[in-house]
Write a protein that binds this ligand. Structure first.
Ligand code: BMA
Length: 324
């Protein structure tokens, strides 16, 4: 991991790739205002990012970028990969912040994303086998809802979805279950905001959940409202493997925060927004792809064992656990 830098970061778990930002509007093959918040998955032995691209009207769509090592030589598709479906009212104002899981059972990639319209943001699902044709399943739950991912497999016979509705102005991370990916229920708050903490105002899932022997690794964003605006930082939690509404532990400190100029200067300064993850078990490396300042894509890398070890020993205090 010698090609990583660690500047000004009080917490050394994640190290930024020295070539950051890895994707910018200036390298895009067509005019784009911002390229950010990408989903990540492995596809045909390469890293595939499905990047949120904001056009010059302010609407977003998704475009694919591929790289053999997940760090260098990105090949960006010459035209949009998934555009809003004009006939679908919920997509009228664009598609945002995708997350991808490989659903072994269906032999398909499931993409959860935010579809946006006058009714507010809501979570929709589409499936693909080849990243060329996409079949929409439609909205999963009513607005206002964002920051969603399926788990990659059924848990005790049910599909599970992490998402972030806003209810009475409160923005906590919820989990819901479904027998068929269509009807959702058994809704529970799983990671609430923590009054007074760095993640006091809003929390939302980052990338897709990662299965580890210690539990489901959840990388999430937490927001605090400061005098200058919102500060988006990154935190960690582990959920029980069989009963994922139970928090095994939740880190007290953030593990990544806006420090670098490309995280501080852009359309929305002060934002690191984790959205996609790749676990390379050979290198024992977790690669986190994040939107920086809602303008470019950054990469930060952690040692997987170190990350789990640190998180495992965190104290489960009343305020950091699931006390709702
Ligand atoms: C959230 C989402 C993200 C965005 C972030 C920071 O609410 O809309 O797409 O990156 O705000 O602006």
């Amino acid at each position: 991991m010698s090609n990583l830098v660690n500047r000004k970061q009080p917490n050394d778990l994640f190290r930024r790739y020295f070539g950051n930002p890895i994707l910018t509007p200036s390298i895009w093959p067509y005019p784009a205002n911002a390229v950010f918040n990408p989903a990540a998955t492995e596809f045909q032995a390469e890293t595939l990012l499905l990047v949120r691209v904001e056009d010059l009207r302010g609407f977003s769509h998704f475009t694919m970028a591929l790289s053999k090592d997940g760090k260098t030589n990105w090949r960006v598709s010459s035209s949009p990969t998934v555009e809003p479906e004009v006939n679908l009212r919920e997509e009228r104002w664009g598609l945002e912040d995708p997350r991808i899981v490989w659903l072994e059972e269906k032999q398909k990639y499931a993409i959860t994303y935010v579809s946006f319209s006058r009714g507010g943001p809501l979570v929709s699902l589409m499936m693909t086998e080849d990243f060329q044709t996409f079949k929409r399943t439609g909205p999963l739950l009513p607005p206002e809802d964002k920051d969603a991912s399926l788990f990659p497999r059924r848990i005790k016979g049910r599909f599970a979805l992490i998402h972030r509705p806003i209810i009475r102005g409160e923005a906590h991370i919820w989990i819901s279950f479904s027998p068929d990916l269509r009807y959702w229920g058994d809704h529970r708050v799983v990671i609430p905001t923590r009054p007074g903490w760095w993640d006091c105002h809003r929390v939302g899932l980052g990338p897709q959940p990662v299965e580890t022997p210690e539990g489901w690794l959840i990388i999430y964003h937490g927001v605090r409202l400061a005098a200058s605006g919102s500060i988006y930082r990154v935190g960690l939690a582990l959920l029980d493997l069989d009963e994922p509404w139970k928090v095994v532990c939740r880190g007290e400190q953030w593990v990544l925060s806006p420090q670098e100029s490309y995280e501080q200067i852009g359309d929305v300064p002060g934002v690191v927004f984790p959205n996609g993850v790749i676990v390379d078990r050979n290198l024992n490396e977790l690669r986190l792809y994040y939107g920086a300042a809602d303008t470019v894509v950054g990469l930060a890398v952690a040692n997987l064992d170190e990350l789990i070890q640190r998180l495992k020993f965190c104290q489960k205090t009343k305020s950091s656990g699931n006390d709702r």
